[in-house]
Design a protein around this ligand. Structure first.
Ligand code: FAD
Length: 459
């Protein structure tokens, strides 16, 4: 238990939420000798199984992997991960094709199971001495008395705290409690598109039914399906589509019959892969997607928010968890360096907010790219040119996807450079259909004039 209110030592932290960011934060602080308590609303997934049950997976990229290395968790996580080398695009007409993400197998992303990842992190946190309190849902906080009240199996229990870290996700209760004391200027921009999860099971011999080492996309203009592999030879399929409006939307495709008809027409190659389409479609809810903006992430030295609680984003760059993990590394560093909790929380917010806003923006943009552009000839020509310019100017021109997924330069810098690079790509491909027609002298001059040499963040 934390020390009594008022007598708590400085290096004593209470984390609300033992999900992905909360568990990682607990490791990073416990490793550094902090006294750490984690209060998690759900039961212990190691005892009760991960709430949610089915394989829900996430794309892990270099930013998240780097954070896992700091925590000594990368080995255990990668053991259960499936490598994804690129986008495997399934057009409605024409042959499916693999568009590699990077130059070779050093530039890949990984599909990981959310529940397995959470369990690995909780185990390591506990091994470093963090105290995990499951079945404790934060209900309210008295910030002046430094007392937090949780609901535990129907009963209210109060625990004193020194400082709170809010890792309690997009619907954060701590955020709501902080807002009663300080104006966070909270606003959420909801996407008018939702999502539904389906599953491709293993084939009759227990193997993968489609190429395992890829993120599959079925782009269809204003909607799409994607599929990520799981290590137990299944794929989690996600259908993203408008919630309302003209067909197809979740309003018009509102039962198993309509889903079957949509897939027969628009995703015919997936029908033999998803035998339980009708059941999954009826059973699984339509999820909502939004971007959460706050002007402020902390309440002096008493509470700070991170991960989805501070900056939830739409999932189209596969960076929400990666960004949350970067937050944890940053906050652990701030807490080590700064003289007080208040200084550390303020430095964390000042350092991370521009980057969170940049990836929120890029995540929204990437939806259009995935659902509409990945099978567009103009877009594909620009991707070829990106790789060619990278070869010609490896120190200056790094493709957008690589800056976000394979490097750790600040997201805000990746956004700025991507915008400059996009202008160069658009200008160099205007009116042409092949790389052979590129005016290389002009394109090279534009790169040299516009882009400074790029350095990745130090280890
Ligand atoms: P969460 O993972 O939401 O964890 C919050 C924790 O707090 C939970 O354990 C919850 O039970 C607990 N909690 C909540 N309320 C309370 C309370 N009152 N008291 C105590 N505990 C509480 N990101 C990627 O990087 N790659 C991807 O490929 C990717 N794909 C995604 C696909 C979809 C469809 C969605 C919706 C998101 C995706 N994301 C992805 C984003 C990623 O899921 C989130 O960014 C990440 O889970 C954030 O971690 P977190 O710990 O901040 O929040």
């Amino acid at each position: 238990m934390p020390a009594e209110a008022g007598a708590a030592p400085q290096r004593d932290i209470t984390i609300v939420g033992g999900g992905l960011a909360g568990a990682l934060m607990a490791i990073l602080l416990a490793q550094r000798g902090w006294s750490v308590d984690v209060f998690e609303r759900r039961g212990d997934p190691r005892v009760e199984g991960y709430a949610g049950g089915r394989s829900i997976n996430l794309a892990l990229a270099e930013r998240g992997l780097h954070a896992l290395r700091q925590a000594g968790a990368d080995g255990a996580v990668l053991q259960q991960a499936v490598m994804m080398r690129g986008r495997f695009v399934h057009p409605l007409h024409g042959a499916p094709n693999l568009q590699p993400y990077g130059r070779d197998d050093s530039e890949v992303i990984w599909s990981i199971n959310r529940g397995e990842l959470n369990i690995v992190l909780l185990d390591i946190a506990e091994s470093h001495g963090a105290r995990l309190h499951f079945d404790h849902a934060l209900e309210r906080v008295e910030f002046d008395a430094k007392l937090a009240t949780y609901r535990n199996h129907g009963l209210e229990v109060a625990h004193p705290f020194n400082a709170l870290v809010g890792a309690d996700g997009a619907g954060s209760t701590l955020r709501g409690q902080m807002a009663a004391h300080v104006d966070l200027a909270e606003r959420t921009e909801w996407l008018d598109h939702g999502y539904k999860e389906l599953e491709i099971p293993p084939d009759a011999r227990g193997g993968f039914r489609i190429e395992p080492n890829a993120l599959h996309i079925w782009p269809r203009g204003h909607y799409m399906c994607i599929a990520l592999p799981n290590d137990e030879r299944t794929f989690t399929v996600t259908l993203f589509m408008p919630k309302d409006g003209p067909h197809p939307s979740f309003a018009t495709v509102d039962d198993a019959e309509a889903a079957q008809a949509l897939f027969e027409r628009q995703f015919p190659d997936t029908l033999p892969l998803i035998p339980d389409l009708r059941r999954d479609y009826e059973r699984n809810p339509v999820g909502s997607l939004g971007t959460l903006y706050l002007d402020r992430w902390h309440l002096d030295g008493r509470a700070v928010l991170l991960g989805d609680a501070a900056h939830a984003m739409v999932p189209f760059h596969g960076q929400g968890m990666n960004c949350a993990f970067e937050d944890c590394v940053a906050l652990a560093g701030n807490l080590q360096r700064e003289p007080s909790l208040a200084d550390a929380f303020a430095a964390f917010e000042a350092g991370r907010k521009p980057d969170a806003e940049a990836i929120q923006h890029m995540a929204l943009e990437n939806y259009i790219e995935m659902r509409d552009l990945v099978d567009d000839p103009g877009f594909l020509l620009q991707r070829q040119l990106e790789l060619a310019l990278q070869q010609r100017h490896p120190d200056r021109f790094v493709p957008h996807y690589a800056m976000v997924s394979f490097m750790r330069i600040p997201y805000s810098q990746a956004l700025r450079r991507s915008e400059l690079q996009r202008d160069i790509l658009v200008a160099a491909t205007r009116g042409i259909t092949s790389l052979e027609d590129v005016d290389w002298q002009r394109a090279d001059a534009a790169v040299l004039a516009t882009l400074e040499p790029l350095e990745d963040s130090p280890a």
